[in-house]
Design a protein. Structure first.
Length: 157
């Protein structure tokens, strides 16, 4: 019986020493864990701040840039067009929009920045505002500079 008590005392001492070692290890690791949590918290705050900086820096031109817009009215119903420079750039400042009849040809748009002229070739009596819009959207280089769409206020019948 005495032998069983010694075995249980030895086991209790081992368990206590393991617990003590574990507690010492945790106490020593606690500052590193706390600093890791702090670092994660500050980096999350910094990341959110960076998102706001990016969004606002990209969005500022929407609020402060002047957009180059021209509305071209037609005698026909629902055929008015709006030409708007993409991004409010000055590429179209003072640009003259010229509609040139080209019977039997498809719609084409050409921009001569040096001359300050935007030429729209169209087939009279056949071409509608939607055809000009489609031609502008089909040309990727032109679509990057200018947006053309039907005038939403031209709804008279």
């Amino acid at each position: 019986m005495n032998n069983n008590k010694q075995d249980s005392n030895t086991q209790d001492r081992r368990t206590r020493s393991i617990r003590r070692l574990f507690q010492i290890g945790m106490d020593r690791a606690e500052p590193a864990i706390e600093w890791t949590i702090r670092l994660c918290g500050w980096s999350a705050i910094l990341f959110v701040f960076a998102i706001f900086v990016f969004v606002f820096s990209e969005g500022v031109p929407i609020f402060f840039a002047t957009q180059q817009v021209a509305i071209v009215a037609s005698d026909n119903v629902c055929n008015d067009l709006v030409f708007r420079a993409a991004g409010g750039e000055d590429d179209f400042e003072g640009t003259e929009i010229v509609f040139r009849p080209a019977p039997g040809q498809s719609v084409s748009l050409t921009h001569d920045a040096a001359a300050g002229k935007l030429t729209v070739d169209y087939d009279p009596g056949v071409t509608a505002a939607g055809d000009i819009v489609a031609a502008a959207e089909a040309d990727e280089e032109f679509a990057a500079l200018l947006t053309v769409f039907p005038d939403p206020e031209d709804i008279s019948a």
